[in-house]
Design a protein around this ligand. Sequence first.
Ligand SMILES: Cc1ncc(COP(=O)(O)O)c(C=O)c1O
Length: 404
Amino acid sequence: MSNPTPVLPVVSARGVTLKLADGTELIDGMSSWWSALHGYNHPKLNQALSDQSQKMSHVMFGGLTHEPAITLAKRLIDITSDNLQHVFFADSGSVAVEVAIKMALQFWYAQGEHKKTKLLTVNKGYFGDTFGGMAVCDPVNGMHEMFTDVLPQHIFAEAPKSLTEGAWDESYIHDFKQKISENHAQIAAVIIEPMVQNAGGLRFYHAEYLQAVRELCNKYNVLLILDEIATGFGRTGTLFAYEQANIQADILCLGKALTGGYMTLSAVLTSRKVVAGIEADGKGVLMHGPTFMANPLACSVANASIDLLLASPWQQRVKAIESQLARELAECNQLNTVKEVRVKGAIGVVELHEPIDVAWSQKQFTAEGVWLRPFGKLVYVMPPFIIKEQELKKITQAIFKILS
Ligand SMILES: Cc1ncc(COP(=O)(O)O)c(C=O)c1O
């Protein structure tokens, strides 16, 4: 807008380092919003992109298909739960959420269930910036409250209790149980971010909660959409966060780290059951078809990124980041500006009592040689998995120093 917070011109990025126009180098603690898990400018990802660009950068995905998309679809089916057998490629995380919602609505509509048009979700969620996603973001803190009057009205249960509020208790699911039991006749699907609520507050919750959500969806004949856009590809310590609750989604959204942070691409996976439901009206089409669906450059770099991730010791790396963040950020607990420190996988969060001034903090962090972008009361770190101990230490020391 006319008076934005200052922005820093980046001229190149390599490994975990961003280089600014004035020569300043910053260690990246953000992975470009959860996506650059291998760091920047990786030779294998560069190669995949350049090889594919010599064949074709794009071709429409209606009536035509291509090897990078076929390979990626097979790969995603292989690495996710057994029930997920179909893949739809879309442009971004938000669009994946739109497509997932559409799949759920079409599933019921095509079977003559015209009343199942609502979604059930939990407070403090975040699902993107398009209208379908905005309608299930936290109604107050979801960054979209100004649009409330024009959004479809869905059903919200209390946010899951945070892990830091204590051990699992059956009462934690009470409100969700009540909402689904009272409204299931109108509910097409539950949509939730598994294990971690991301941009809505960086909150970690109990696996038992997610298990109970799955059981209640089964009991009341409601589909379950899991949004793994932020958590997918190892960030929480397992390849996908839902594995920690040992459950399966009916519809799964992937994005962000899918291409190793190189470009925008998302995927929505679903089961044979959902596809059969959508086909029940005899038309046999999902009503969505973006121009850049399954872009070959993006699919090729995604294939290379998944190969790279699975061939790397990513579990050990995420564990090492987790222990270091827990050890070093714990120091912040002694500061009276700090409400709570929490860590899960390669995500470290320092929650403050008061919102932080973003422009001020950006200047301070930059002067310490690190790149962090806090929001609200949250100062958080989610580094590329290849970060070295000394580099991560520089980030945690900067956080302690600035918050002091
Ligand atoms: C869980 C979740 N879903 C959806 C989105 C939207 O993704 P995108 O920004 O790629 O549209 C985000 C973005 O932060 C997210 O964290």
